[in-house]
Design a protein around this ligand. Sequence first.
Ligand SMILES: C[S@@+](CC[C@H](N)C(=O)[O-])C[C@H]1O[C@@H](n2cnc3c(N)ncnc32)[C@H](O)[C@@H]1O
Length: 333
Amino acid sequence: MTLSGSEARYRVIPLADGDGGVPEDAVVRDCLRQDPPRLPPWLGYDAVGSEYFEQITELPTYYLTRVERALLESHSAEMAEELACGRIAELGSGSAKKTRLLLENCLRLGPTTYLPIDVDQAMLRSSGAALCSELDELRVTGLWGRYEAALEWLRTHSAGPLAVLFLGSSFGNTTREERSVLLDGVARSLGPGGSFLVSADLDKDREVLETCYNDPAGYSAFADFRLNYLTQLNRRYGAEFDLDDFVPDARYNADTSTVEGRLVARTDLTVPVPGLGITLDIPRGRFLNVGYSVKFDEQQLAREAGEHGFRLRTRWLDPEFRYGIFLFRREEA
Ligand SMILES: C[S@@+](CC[C@H](N)C(=O)[O-])C[C@H]1O[C@@H](n2cnc3c(N)ncnc32)[C@H](O)[C@@H]1O
């Protein structure tokens, strides 16, 4: 079979579960044993979950994607100059629609290979195929798996200068400990002098954030997205969650500057999860955590990155200081 021009520039490499990190089932079990029980972010992104996420990005009240796109539309050329390298990896690339703006500018500066990283294989394939058909000359090597395995792959398949992107404010969908592990992995994969471009939503009023992270009247994208985590537990691990037993919502925790996605139990529940060998007792009114969205201040972000040898080189903020894209450079050892 002869591959067409754009297909020949595109391939996907599956990464083994557990490579560079803890095996999948162990992560889910550990998260469910926390108080409150938690669902790891990647669990919700099958093809259906990714489609719900795309719907979230179009909600009239969800400002994050629009603001990030505007920043990329205005500043992609400068960002590409700063990245100045032929290999660009992206953690949690999703549809990569916004990344396209940056890749166009990278291609103007020279040959470019894009390495999108995602757990959703279908999304990885369709976004890679779309980019290759739209951008002549772009080469795409998709890495299908979780962040830790992909960062380990990048570290062990070094082929010249590399930049790592982390867009969509996904860096904030993590605990402090997880961010530390991620920053360590990015630092190792980049090597000295490498660039890390990461976006972050900035802290703001409770009302704005709770409006942003709950469905406006007439929409159900957030509710569908959150409930899909239970569908995943039922499908993968034989759990018997009844989706009607939960009310999805989001609350802002001002103590931790974090929006918490929740599934609140309508009644006392006991739910076995046979595939993980555990049973969950969830009293009425208690909730499962289906996602953190940490809201940063600039100093906190720079401090956290600094602990892993990154120095803030420059950043782009929207005129209302709601959101930022930050360029870090890994210092020479
Ligand atoms: C919030 S979406 C952002 C998508 C895209 N970057 C954007 O800005 O629209 C997060 C993406 O990261 C992927 N993802 C989440 N956790 C992941 C993990 N641990 N490893 C690999 N991919 C992950 C999801 O499948 C999803 O496509």
